[in-house]
Design a protein around this ligand. Structure first.
Ligand code: MRU
Length: 363
């Protein structure tokens, strides 16, 4: 998608063998490209959120393994590198999925063939993600088009939480892909962007990419969504997911559950958009089984941003003595989700629906 009018992806291999990323901790104030040279660089990029969002974390982990075997293609190092990558963030299942997929291929090969195979598989994962996100866009845009046909005059008003746009994937995004495809179809749109404390992925990243793409949007504080829904100012909600259970529960950025509760109360459709790499087929109860990342309290007590002179600054928000807790994700139970939008189509948030779409046998 576009930055300053030019097409970009979030991650790509460089001719040198390094892997390049857009440093998302600098957005929206600066667009900086960073080269990852080693698996340690990839682990750091994921854990410090230079890259973030479930599909992009998966792609970065895949290329992280390529960087690992570039240095040492032994079984022992492959195991260690995979474990380090998997531990870099716990909630998005795409990370473990990508590490397991690349590792299985490399293990079957002699050490001398592993480097080329790892780069090829990482590139395949990235291309598949782009295709899956584009397909999610097409299926989700049908829902937006139906809302446009059913609603009153004016744009379709869509509320989203966190950033599940192209910056969270390799391109297109998950929750925002339907918005970009609907824009291509000429459907008038307006997006309510939850700021998404404490890392402000909505205010910083979703607002940035919608703006670069020319999509009308308004940033709102995290607590405004319920009020807007009560007053008929939201036609539908679309969010991404970091992990879906086979039964349709969805872990996503903290606060998503509260939006789903408000949507249910106000009878606003609440869609979750995610590729199949986000479905954890081993889990049946999201609230009990999905590990929820807890990050440092300083992300709550402090806020970082651009100062008037353009330099970066950080301010403390809370009393020195007040402790802070920072739960990064919550789980929205399937009963609050209208439908799940995947690359294979739209499914009810049920085990039967997802299993039918992906050819799995219900447990
Ligand atoms: O902590 P983050 O920024 O990695 O969390 C991202 C989200 O919660 C997104 O909404 C989710 O990953 C979907 S990404 C397409």
């Amino acid at each position: 998608m576009l930055i300053h009018g030019l097409p970009h992806r979030t991650i790509w291999p460089a001719a040198s063998g390094a892997v390049e990323i857009i440093d998302q901790t600098k957005l929206p104030h600066a667009v900086e490209i960073v080269a990852l040279e080693t698996v340690d660089d990839a682990v750091r990029a994921i854990s410090t959120m230079q890259v973030r969002g479930a599909p992009l974390i998966g792609a970065t982990a895949a290329w992280g393994l390529a960087l690992a075997v570039r240095g040492d293609s032994s079984d022992a190092f492959l195991t260690e590198a995979g474990a380090r990558l998997k531990a870099s963030r716990p909630t998005a299942v795409n990370l473990a999925w990508a590490v397991d997929r690349v590792t299985a291929i490399l293990r079957a090969l002699p050490a001398s063939a592993r480097e080329a195979a790892a780069y090829a598989e990482a590139a395949a994962i990235a291309e598949e993600d782009v295709a899956a996100c584009r397909a999610i866009g097409e299926h989700g845009a049908d829902l937006i088009e139906a809302a446009a046909g059913a609603g009153s005059e004016g744009p379709v008003n869509i509320l989203t939480h966190c950033n599940a746009g192209w910056l969270a994937a390799v391109d297109w995004g998950t929750a925002l892909a339907p918005i970009y495809v609907a824009q291509e179809r000429g459907i008038p749109l307006h997006v309510w962007v939850d700021e998404t404390r404490p890392r402000n992925q909505g205010a910083a990243l979703t607002a940035f990419e919608l703006g670069e793409q020319g999509v009308a949007h308004t940033v709102i504080v995290d607590n405004a969504g319920g009020h807007l829904m009560q007053h008929g100012r939201v036609d539908l909600c679309i969010v991404g997911a970091d992990r879906l259970t086979r039964t349709g529960d969805a872990a996503n950025k903290i606060g998503t559950y509260l939006k789903a509760l408000a949507a249910a109360d106000c009878k606003v459709p609440f869609y979750v958009a995610a590729p199949s790499s986000t479905i954890d087929w081993t889990l049946t109860d999201g609230v009990r089984q999905i590990p929820i990342e807890e990050r440092g309290g300083e992300e709550v007590t402090h806020m970082r941003g651009a100062l008037a002179d353009g330099s970066w600054g950080e301010v403390r928000l809370t009393p020195q003595a007040s402790p802070a807790a920072n739960f990064a994700f919550d789980v929205t139970p399937a009963r609050l989700i209208t439908d799940i939008v995947t690359e294979r189509g739209v499914s009810p948030a049920t085990e039967a629906g997802l299993a039918a779409l992906f050819g799995k046998t219900p447990l």
